[in-house]
Each structure stands twice: as structure tokens, then as C-alpha cells.
Design a binder for this molecule. Structure first.
Ligand code: PLZ
Length: 438
């Protein structure tokens, strides 16, 4: 097990990482950026170890992926056994049990107790694309509604669904058609109740698209890249009710918010929302590439045989990893751990907010928390401060991420395998970073 300490033995990045960064510059496309260019050689618990021997505290989980921690024991055990048995057959050619086991687990864990089925894929974007395919096949309609600040991926259809131009869309058009954007509930910025924000969104959808043209509404129940925006209470249930009454498929994109992250299995659970389709990826497989669409059996079965698939979708290693990750979540009560993490981190963020008026809001759930930074007394985004705080944290050996349409949201996504001691130490550094950049 990786030693659970923060320890810096060189500058960040150190000489070995700088050397590799040089090689990256020569051989890896510049379009593939890196937030914190230390080259990792080992990771586990709440720590990443780099090529220079620096131990960094991980508050990012590789963007909400290693929820169970890096190389979690049940993941390693399952994947190692699968690696010995066989690595690939293609489920569409000759199937294997792991795929079906994952689908059965997804049917149990996703919201609602109706009959559910799944199809497995490799990436979140691929799952979102397939959810749209399924909704179109099931309804015979074309249009897709997404929201302001949404993030759904980098493929052509999901770029169209993603809101932010830079860096995701700029220069990459033309984009897929029949994608329409509705206003999101963003309590800090719109001051609307959930019911009011839902009425505003539904009015736009009704007037600009029309339910009879609309296949699906796709929404992140808590937005990820867009700024950890948590809609006002009642917004999601009102939207769900409207979809139900209008033969529109409600797709919850739980790729970032799902799988224990928020202290429930899914962020939708918090308000008892039962989506028709749920997309998952990231935390589902402890770091191996796996994604899924899970939903009402009759919707999932609307697609003709052969209409869903892909060479690697539900690869045996990724399925073994997912079963291991779910085992870790269940046996170690990681739902409970996410709530404990929330209590600790909120306490620390409230102190930082009290000391630094640049913090306009603390929001999120479980181990998916963020602070939005604005010039004091205004809603003017302060991205420069977010960047300065990040740089300070990175140089001090704490891996932090930013997000948000304006880049002014500082987000925290620790692995649930991190100790309280490491979390406290990481937030000592975050507090120091705010003081040092005041
Ligand atoms: N839907 C809600 O959060 C991935 C993207 C990072 P893929 N978010 C991290 C980046 O800059 O590429 C994401 C998400 C939500 C879909 C996706 C897409 O998942 O596995 O990256 O395709």
C-alpha cells in the first residue's frame, strides 16, 4: 500500500517529471493538456506518488473515477483473475458472464424498481450518444434538450450537447443537429426556486422545441465540468413529471455524480427522481474504462438487434473491475463514507468562506463539493483567484481541480479511500493557499 503521507522531495514538477514532460512535448499532441504535470508511478488510498518520489494528496480521483481508490483490493483481485482467464472475446461474438453480472448489478443499483436493462460501452461520451440513440428509437422523435453549463463529452454529438466553447468545441464544428439548450436551475445566479426554474426551462422547451418533436431531455442531476451546479430542490422532480406527461425520455447523465460520489448511489436518488435512462462511467469500474446506459426494459429493447454495441464495450477486464468496485462500495459502506467526507470538507470550506469573501457559495453533495469564487459582493467570476489557489495547492503537493463555465469554481473529488488525516492536511493547504493569494 502506498505510504499515506504528503511529502515533497523536489519542486513540483521535479526533474524526472520535467524530463518526461519534454518527451511528452515531442511525442504527444499538444491538444492533450495536463493540469498538474507530475508523472505518476504509483497511487493508492489518498496519495499519488510521482517519478521524483513526491507524495501528493489526491483531491481529484482522476476526475471522479477512482472513487474506491487507486488499485482497490477487490478491483485488483478481480482484474488479475480475469487477466489470467481471458482478455477479450467481444461480447457481440461470444459472450461471457461478467457483462451480464454488471448489467444485473446496474439494474439493482440505479433508481426505480421497474424492469431495467443495460448496454455497456467504453467511455462516458459513448454512453451519452447511445442513450440518445435509444431515446430516438423508442419515441420515433429526433430532438434532444440539454442545459446551460452542461458537459456530456467530446464526440460530435456530445460536443453539440456540451455548452462550453473553449476548450471543448472551438474550431470543431459543424456539430450534430436537433440539439436544443434550456436554462439550468443555478440558484446562486438566478435566485429561482426549483419550481420557478423548472417552469422557465419547460417554457423554453415547449415554445422552442415542442414535446411532439422531443425524444429526450438529458441532464446532469449535479453538473460536473459546468461548475458542480446543484439545481434548486424541486427542479428535477418537476422536469421528470413534465417528461412523463409528454412522452419524453428523461436521461440522467450520472457519469460524474453517480456511483456513491454524492452519498447516495446516484444524485437522482436525493430527490427520489427516477430517470428513464441513466448513463454511468468514471467511478463504475475503479479506473478501468467502462460506461453504461441503464434504463426501462421496454425503452432499451426498442432498438433492433445489432443496433447497439462496439468491439470493446463491456470488455471482460473492465467488467471484472466494475464488480470489484461495487464490492468495495458495498462492503466498506462507501455511501456512508461519502457523507462523512462531506461533513469534514464542508466544515473546512465554511471556515475558508468565513475568512475569504471571494467564496460566493459552497455547494455539492457527498464527496462532490465545490466553492464558486466571485469578486466580493458581486457575482462577477474570479477565475484568476481560482487559478492562483490551484497553483499554490499543486506546488504544495495537493491535487486539486477547477471547473465551471467561467473557470472560477474550485472542486473537490477525493477518493473515498482517503483518510480523515490526509483530508485535514489537504484542507490546511487549501486554507493556506487562500491566505497566500488574498
Ligand atoms: N458526462 C457528466 O462528467 C466526463 C471530462 C474531462 P468520458 N467529464 C470529464 C475532459 O476534459 O475530457 C463526462 C461527464 C459527464 C459525460 C462525460 C464524458 O465522459 O468518459 O470523458 O467520455
Amino acid at each position: 500500500m502506498t505510504q499515506q503521507v504528503r511529502r515533497l522531495v523536489t519542486d513540483i514538477p521535479g526533474p524526472r517529471s520535467l524530463e518526461m514532460l519534454d518527451r511528452k512535448k515531442s511525442y504527444v499532441a499538444d491538444g492533450v493538456g495536463t493540469t498538474l504535470p507530475v508523472f505518476v508511478v504509483e497511487a493508492g488510498g489518498g496519495v499519488l506518488v510521482d517519478a521524483d518520489g513526491n507524495h501528493l494528496i489526491d483531491l481529484g480521483s482522476g476526475i471522479a473515477v477512482t472513487t474506491v481508490g487507486n488499485s482497490a483490493p477487490a478491483v485488483v483481485r478481480n482484474v488479475a483473475a480475469q487477466l489470467e482467464a481471458f482478455t477479450h472475446t467481444c461480447f457481440m461474438v461470444t459472450p461471457y458472464a461478467g457483462y451480464v453480472d454488471v448489467a444485473e448489478k446496474l439494474a439493482q443499483l440505479t433508481p426505480g424498481d421497474h424492469a431495467k436493462k443495460s448496454a455497456l460501452f467504453n467511455s462516458g461520451a459513448e454512453a451519452v450518444e447511445n442513450a440518445v440513440k435509444i431515446a430516438r428509437a423508442a419515441t420515433g422523435k429526433d430532438a434532444v434538450v440539454v442545459f446551460d453549463h452542461a458537459y456530456h463529452g467530446r464526440t460530435n454529438l456530445t460536443m453539440a450537447m456540451t455548452a462550453k466553447n473553449m476548450p471543448y468545441k472551438h474550431g470543431f464544428g459543424p456539430f450534430a443537429g436537433e440539439v436544443y439548450r434550456a436554462p439550468m436551475s443555478y440558484p446562486l445566479r438566478d435566485g429561482l426556486s426549483g419550481a420557478e426554474a423548472a417552469a422557465r426551462a419547460i417554457d423554453v422547451i415547449d415554445k422552442q422545441v415542442g414535446a411532439t418533436n422531443l425524444a429526450c431531455v438529458v441532464i446532469e442531476p449535479i453538473q460536473g465540468e459546468g461548475g458542480f451546479v446543484v439545481p434548486a430542490d424541486g427542479f428535477l422532480p418537476a422536469l421528470a413529471a413534465w417528461c412523463r406527461d409528454n412522452d419524453v425520455v428523461l436521461v440522467a447523465d450520472e457519469i460524474q455524480s453517480g456511483f456513491c460520489r454524492t452519498g447516495d448511489w446516484f444524485a437522482s436518488d436525493h430527490e427520489g427522481v427516477v430517470p428513464d435512462l441513466v448513463t454511468t462511467a468514471k467511478g463504475i469500474a475503479g479506473g478501468l474504462p467502462l460506461a453504461a446506459v441503464t434504463g426501462r426494459a421496454e425503452l432499451m429493447d426498442a432498438v433492433h438487434v445489432g443496433g447497439l454495441g462496439g468491439t470493446y464495450g463491456g470488455n471482460p477486464l473492465a467488467c471484472a473491475a466494475a464488480l470489484g468496485a461495487i464490492e468495495e462500495m458495498e462492503t466498506h459502506d462507501l455511501l456512508g463514507r461519502a457523507r462523512e467526507v462531506e461533513a469534514l470538507v464542508r466544515r473546512r470550506l465554511e471556515k475558508i468562506a468565513a475568512d475569504h469573501p471571494v467564496v460566493a457559495e459552497i455547494r455539492g453533495r457527498g464527496a462532490m463539493l465545490a466553492i464558486e469564487l466571485c469578486r466580493p459582493g458581486t457575482l462577477e467570476p474570479d477565475a484568476a483567484r481560482a487559478a492562483a489557489v490551484s497553483v499554490y495547492c499543486h506546488r504544495s503537493g495537493v491535487v486539486t481541480l477547477t471547473c465551471g463555465t467561467w473557470g472560477n469554481v474550485f472542486r473537490f473529488l477525493p477518493p473515498l479511500s482517503i483518510s480523515d488525516e490526509l483530508l485535514e492536511e489537504a484542507f490546511d493547504v487549501v486554507a493556506e493557499a487562500f491566505a497566500a493569494t488574498a
